[in-house]
Design a protein around this ligand. Structure first.
Ligand code: NAD
Length: 394
């Protein structure tokens, strides 16, 4: 069976879906691996490193994809209408596609996978069960995003994070507020603490309090009673009502008066991100303060943040809206992501090296979007996803 890896061509993407380590492991499983030339460039993996690990190098994406049985991707493939280069059309009927396919945000593309007759897996739909932890790409990438967000903020901030006592005077420690204490937020807290900042954090889920405090940060609670029911069975946050959001803003305004840097990481799966910092709230921050909006691609936690840009408000507050934060630390992000995909791939290949899609396996069932020309995923409401073939058939 042949596994293909191609260069990622979407904007802001430097990561790649395989590493020399995972190529070696796949070859060890009896798989044949082909990588498009330059596929690993953005993550500092050379063709030579891929070849040494056992991959053959194809001159272009079409050649790599044409007879591949399994295609590993970071981002969803480019398709006809949105780019000159249609990657999907090079996948053969019956091929398996695995990546961060964002099916809830781009349901029409799921229809295109069905029409192309491929078995597409969206790795972000993994259930949060112990067995799936080694495949959890959302966590591996969010962790690095949280780390990098703090470094980007520190870089834009005109002051130091730690307290420093020098002969020329004492520098006060900076105060960092982390909003959303999930995987990215907890790593942001740990990173800011390592840099010597005084850190506070808030989240809607009650479980976050203990985790925040165990990292040596102060937890800001909005409503303990509401927080107890804010977590879904899957471990994610629910969307909170307007009354909660108003009280959260009042509470945060107080904290902002004593804050230098804010890292916003709040997300709600499949929904627009909640607005945590309004323009009026940003005005509470002193000039020179820095805000990072890690949710900018999901609508943003911060009013006025711009995708891919740093915006400076009239009061002199910088809002960092960098897109795809994990890609800004592409080497480690690719290493971890590639390993997540390899761990997932093991589920799909039997001991004779043949493809085996066991839809009774809860990990397979939760992530499989399309099979045999149909959209099969329970997370995608049937009426919302009409394949092009179905649409053409009326
Ligand atoms: P996420 O990326 O969906 O959201 C980030 C954080 O934003 C979450 O903590 C969420 O509660 C918070 N948030 C949402 N709305 C908010 C609001 N209005 N105000 C403040 N905060 C808000 O979540 P995540 O980081 O992927 O993980 C959430 C939880 O799942 C974490 O506790 C994590 O430890 C847990 N987790 C479990 C597993 C597992 O395998 N069991 C794997 C990964 C994560």
């Amino acid at each position: 069976m042949k596994v293909a890896i191609i260069k990622e061509r979407r904007a802001f993407e430097c990561r790649v879906a395989a590493s020399p380590d995972t190529i070696k492991r796949m070859v060890g499983m009896g798989l044949e691996v082909v990588a498009e030339t330059g596929a690993g460039e953005g993550a500092q993996f050379t063709d030579a490193a891929f070849a040494t690990a056992g991959a053959s190098i194809a001159t272009d994406a079409a050649t790599a994809l044409s007879d591949a049985d399994i295609v590993l991707k970071v981002q969803r493939p480019l398709i006809g209408e949105e780019a000159e280069r249609d990657e999907l059309k090079h996948l053969k009927h019956g091929a398996v596609l695995i990546g961060l396919l964002q099916p809830l945000r781009y349901p029409a593309q799921v229809g295109a996978y069905a029409d192309a007759g491929i078995a597409a897996f969206a790795i972000e739909l993994l259930p949060r069960i112990t067995r799936a932890q080694s495949m959890d790409a959302l966590s591996s990438q969010a962790n690095l995003a949280g780390y990098k967000a703090v470094l980007e903020a520190a870089d834009e901030f005109g002051r130091a994070f730690p307290m420093m006592m020098t002969a020329a005077g004492t520098i006060k420690a900076s105060r960092v507020l982390v909003m959303g204490a999930g995987v990215a937020g907890l790593q942001a807290i740990a990173t800011a603490r390592r840099l010597g900042a005084i850190v506070s954090a808030t989240d809607v889920r009650a479980a976050a309090k203990e985790q925040v405090e165990s990292l040596g940060a102060n937890f800001i609670t909005v409503d303990e009673e509401a927080a107890r029911s804010a977590e879904t069975a899957g471990g994610y946050a629910r969307e909170m009502d307007e009354d909660f959001q108003r009280r959260q803003r009042d509470k945060i305004v107080e904290a902002l008066k004593r804050t230098d840097v804010v890292i916003c990481t709040a997300l709600i799966p499949g929904r627009k991100a909640p607005v945590l910092l309004t323009e009026a709230m940003l005005a509470e921050l002193a000039p020179g303060s820095v805000v990072v909006d890690l949710a900018v691609e999901s609508g943003g936690n911060v009013e006025g943040s711009q995708l891919g840009e740093i915006v400076t408000t009239a009061q002199g507050v910088k809002i960092i809206g960098y897109a795809n934060m994990p890609s800004r630390i592409a080497v480690d992000a690719s290493q971890l992501y590639a390993r997540n995909l390899y761990n997932f791939l093991i589920l799909l290949v039997d001991k004779d090296g043949k493809l085996k899609i066991d839809t009774t396996d809860e990990i397979i069932k939760a992530t499989l979007l399309t099979e045999n020309g149909a959209v099969v995923n329970p997370a995608l409401a049937a009426p919302a996803v009409v394949t092009q073939a179905q649409a053409a058939a009326g």
